[in-house]
Design a protein around this ligand. Structure first.
Ligand SMILES: Nc1ncnc2c1ncn2[C@@H]1O[C@H](COP(=O)(O)OP(=O)(O)O)[C@@H](O)[C@H]1O
Ligand SMILES: [Mg+2]
Length: 360
């Protein structure tokens, strides 16, 4: 029932600081996700937790016990990688029993736990299949069963769904979460897919250059991104820069050098502050052209695209800047045509402000 704590963990490879002063607390029984772009230090963090690497600085605790010097085999962690890493000439049963067998564990106990795990991953009727006879999703379920048969209490999953088709990915994501919860494990799941992190996690840590940018539930991170980096990473955004010109009555007004006026109710900042203004593509709406100028930008539809469930519009503003708007198809009263003159609007609670020094 392990709770995992990282305190000021740093790991360098020569000049590269892969993980930088990282502190995290993962609760007992939690499905926790490390989300970040390639090179942000996700895999290194997993390897440190597994004991495959040791920190240069800082300490990792399992249930309050420092792990420095404790070898991987004594940490009770199971690893699942993106590539399935099964023994190709062993069938499902042999793959799943491999760990306990080489450690010389009691065959009867091994058989029982292997049966239980195969049932858990819904492969109890395929013990004789060779890896090549299985789909990608099935192979990954075998890898999971194998990680669990070894008695792991902590499951470390490094992009386990990365090599799978979209549909199987969603199904297996649900299976993973169910299994972790049913067995009372603690899971740390690594991905660079925001969508995957949002659907599978109890909480997410967003990583950037080896550091944690934000930790929270999927909803907290989406609704209150703490930095411009997190906001940008979570989806399509429109970014402007300007100066706070007014702040009263719970509103902060920002004027940009192009002459746009944004009004935000999210955050109060003093006049004179240099800020970034961000509006998400899905938080903006398109109207016929109006004369309004606050939270209202004038432009011409330049492109439109049908995407799954929504329409994406590229609007060219009078300044030639582009503004991206995503409208759910269900909510679209009409489809806007390329060349139409329109207004883009958004509510003050959808206008996010960040201090200028929080650059990408
Ligand atoms: N064994 C290694 N030797 C040298 N540099 C490494 C090694 N492993 C990782 N790095 C570097 O550390 C940084 C973080 O890598 P990694 O943890 O693999 O990121 P992620 O899993 O988020 O893509 C990257 O800049 C990567 O090139
Ligand atoms: Mg990685």
């Amino acid at each position: 029932m392990p709770e995992i704590r990282l305190e000021g963990v740093t790991k360098r490879f020569g000049e590269v600081v892969a993980v930088r002063d990282l502190s995290l607390e993962i609760r007992d029984g939690e499905y926790f996700t490390l989300l970040g772009p390639i090179g942000s230090g996700k895999t290194t963090t997993l390897m440190l937790i597994a004991g495959l690497l040791e920190p240069d600085e800082g300490e990792i605790y399992f249930d309050g016990r420092p792990m420095r010097g404790v070898p991987p085999e004594d940490r009770r962690v199971g690893f699942v990688f993106e590539t399935f890493a099964l023994f190709p000439h062993y069938n499902v049963w042999e793959n799943v029993c491999y760990g306990p067998r080489v450690r010389g564990e009691d065959p009867e106990a091994t058989r029982k736990v292997a049966e239980e795990m195969l049932e858990m991953v819904l492969l109890e009727d395929r013990p004789d299949a060779l890896p090549d006879e299985l789909s990608g999703g099935m192979k990954q379920r075998v890898a999971l069963a194998r990680a669990l048969t070894s008695g792991a209490r902590i499951l470390l999953l490094d992009e386990p769904l990365g090599a799978l088709d979209a549909k199987i990915r969603t199904a297996l994501a649900h299976d993973l979460r169910r299994i972790v919860k049913d067995l009372g494990l603690t899971a740390i799941h690594v991905t660079n897919s925001v969508e995957e992190a949002m659907t599978i996690s109890d909480r997410i840590a967003v990583l950037h250059r080896g550091s944690v940018e934000q930790v929270g539930t999927p909803r907290e991170v989406y609704e209150n991104p703490r930095t411009l980096f997190v906001m940008d990473f979570m989806g399509d955004i429109n970014l402007f820069s300007g100066e706070v010109t007014r702040a009263d009555g719970g509103f902060t007004e920002v004027t940009t050098p192009e002459g746009f006026t944004f009004r935000s109710s999210r955050r109060t900042m003093p006049p004179g502050s240099e800020v970034h203004v961000v509006v998400r593509a899905e938080d903006a709406d398109i109207l016929p052209r109006t004369e309004e100028t606050v939270n209202n930008l004038h432009g011409i539809v330049k492109e439109k695209m049908f995407l799954l469930g929504f329409m994406e519009y590229l609007i060219e503003l009078e300044t030639k800047q582009e503004f991206i708007v995503e409208v759910p198809l269900m909510m679209s009263e009409r489809i806007w045509e390329v060349g139409e003159a329109v207004s883009i609007t958004f509510a003050p609670e959808k206008v996010y402000l960040f201090e200028k020094e929080e650059s990408l």
